[in-house]
Design a protein around this ligand. Sequence first.
Ligand code: NAD
Length: 397
Amino acid sequence: MAKAVINPRIRGFICTTSHPTGCAVNVRRQIAIAEAAQLAQTVGNALVIGSSAGYGLSSLITLAFGHRAKVLGCCFERPGKEAKPGSAGFYNLAEVHTQAKAKGLTVETINGDAFAPSGKEAAIAALKARFGKLDYVVYSVATPKRTDPATGVTYTSTLKPIGPEYHAKTIDLDTDEIKPISIPTASDADVEATIKVMGGDDWKMWIDALLAADLLAPGCRVVAYSYIGPQITHAIYRAGTIGRAKDHLEATAHTIDAELKQKLGGGAWVSVNKALVTQASSAIPVVPLYISLLYKVMKAQGSHEGTIEQMVRLWKDHLAPGKTPQVDEKGRIRVDNQELAPKVQKETDALWAQVDSANLMSISDYASFKREFRGLFGFEVDGVDYEQPVEIEASIG
Ligand code: NAD
């Protein structure tokens, strides 16, 4: 065991350290929100793939602490060792495990590559031994790389436009300045690679493996997450390489849905969620600036939500037992409805047209973006004494 004072080490959208106490405080705040939501207590078993951060962590907390489901989570996180802190996701789950134990709940974690056959085999073995059939499967993996187990080829996703070269403004996260950005047009190989990483291939492989192992219960509900976003980010997000991957994910939902309906009377959906500060979204050019303006507008209008509020609403209104999910014309659940409300988008567009380095702090909520970004790694969390040495090693066993 090793204790140390841990400071943030940030470059751009990467933070290479994280703080166990700050991560634990964040997790306890989310648990309190899920517990207060008074969700139905009739959910049996759930699997959350991508369970340690962002929307997956909030899904796990909603299911385990809100619905009191038995939850197996899968993630790819680095434990702390000697003087080197672990990744934030590892500390998030360490606190989830501590809290679950204290409250008599069952949460178990498989830490390894969910894309690899070994990750699926480990989950299936755990489910057979200690859980049984699943009532819910959540797929919330976000990552830049995936090795296709069928071919051994490793693909790297890109964030590029598919039409003409993209020109916009973005925040330089190191200098806090607004700068012009140009992103070249994607090649066909970029599009294919991004679909391979962030499309529905791996989700479908998980569902096939779970069906083959007879681990999906009658009526099983399956969900993965997508994003559409505003006109401002359209060329780089929904009409870009990542948008093609999301199209593929959404098409995969229809394939899985048809199979689950026919075999189990279950269903599969994509839920389109709101833009929020997560490790994945911070890496997308232009998105941090859009989020900073969006937060300003949504907070002023009283409609701002975080990942836990979004996930509680997703279950309460759509996915809880007995609820019929409300979907759009393409079959998607839309918890991004408040982000895309015309009155929110109109004001965000107006701010977007004006924003520059001089007025960034006054007309946007970039201060919250920065604070939430640091908060993802357990830094700048209220009530934490960062001068105190903290234990670096933790357990999710
Ligand atoms: P995140 O970066 O916060 O979390 C990603 C998760 O994936 C982590 O738990 C990580 O451990 C896990 N992971 C990554 N590679 C893995 C691997 N090889 N094996 C096992 N686990 C792995 O991401 P997020 O922003 O919450 O994104 C999750 C989903 O939600 C994505 O599909 C994303 O497109 C979607 N979404 C995000 C936003 C947003 O604004 N953040 C909005 C709408 C939809």
